[in-house]
Design a protein around this ligand. Sequence first.
Ligand SMILES: NC(=O)c1ccc[n+]([C@@H]2O[C@H](COP(=O)([O-])OP(=O)(O)OC[C@H]3O[C@@H](n4cnc5c(N)ncnc54)[C@H](OP(=O)(O)O)[C@@H]3O)[C@@H](O)[C@H]2O)c1
Length: 221
Amino acid sequence: MANSKVGGEFGVKIGILGGTGRMGKGLAKAWARHGHEIFIGSRDPERAKQVAEQIAQETGGKLHGVDLTTAAHEGEVVVLSLPYTACADLLRRLSSELMGKIIVDITNPFGAVLEKQTSGVEENAKALGVPARWVAAFKTNWWTTLDKPVNKDGIVRDCFYCGDDQEAKEIVAQLIREVGFRPVDCGPLKAARTLDLMVPLMIELDRRLGANASLSWKLLD
Ligand SMILES: NC(=O)c1ccc[n+]([C@@H]2O[C@H](COP(=O)([O-])OP(=O)(O)OC[C@H]3O[C@@H](n4cnc5c(N)ncnc54)[C@H](OP(=O)(O)O)[C@@H]3O)[C@@H](O)[C@H]2O)c1
């Protein structure tokens, strides 16, 4: 990992699968501003190139628009930012590119894992079929808040994350800080079972309160 120093300035190559979407673009912008090299991965490399160029102009960062295989291959950290239902097939296809990588799973499985007492990230890890350093993160953060990490009352939003690989978690925690959120370590990967359930409740509360995709969970002491 290029100049990988957790806690200070560090540069890492980040592949974003589904990087043309709302979350992917928001994360790419934040990380491009911090000098990371970003590979926007899409099923349509032309679309990826347009998005990469647009974000490069906006941020002055270094971005590339590529296909999904290239994004997975180039990224030292790879973010899954596509629909959960599309993940298993893609992960099986990309197992050689992703083996041993830090994978940040932001996907929300909603009802897909409820019956099985499991989580989206655990199912994705099984689908990949080779070892990787999985971290679940950003699941409970609306895309609209990626450029508003501090809310209207001046409170820094939390980003809950979990995983079993301590070094991978420290790197992801730093990436979370760079978005402007406060990272909250929720423990082992299986804590994602709870995070997955916090998402539909967050969406329901957002709807009831008419918050227009702006709510965040906040841990206080
Ligand atoms: N929206 C939120 O506030 C939010 C918050 C936290 C987590 N999440 C999770 O983050 C992920 C992305 O959400 P999003 O809101 O950014 O979605 P989005 O705006 O719909 O973007 C998803 C991207 O995934 C790609 N994609 C769609 N179908 C695909 C398929 N079958 N195979 C491969 N790629 C496909 C598309 O890129 P191409 O067409 O260019 O390939 C698309 O740009 C989801 O799992 C979601 O649950 C969302």
